[in-house]
Ligand binder design. Sequence first.
Ligand SMILES: [Zn+2]
Ligand SMILES: [Zn+2]
Length: 102
Amino acid sequence: MEKNLKKQITDSNYWNKKLIDNTRKTLENYDNDTRKESRLDAKLCKCCYYIKSWIGTCDIKTSQCDNCGCDVVNSSGSLLYKLCERCGIELGLCSFCSGDMN
Ligand SMILES: [Zn+2]
Ligand SMILES: [Zn+2]
């Protein structure tokens, strides 16, 4: 077998294992709601907070709140928040996906 291919296999196995470990951890956090306080602070449901963990990693954009039409500042790159913080609290919904908080 080519030396390069051998290395590639080792690398792939390594990164795949890492990915699985990370995914498992992510799901554990999701199941246990390990950071509930900061999740509720961020007005996000469990799925958005733990699983869609890319939130907050890209540049800032604004969108309109689905409920009151005010400007919402987004820190999630191409995906936009559906509700402003106030409406999220008022309706008891996730401000990102407007799904249930749990
Ligand atoms: Zn609103
Ligand atoms: Zn959500």
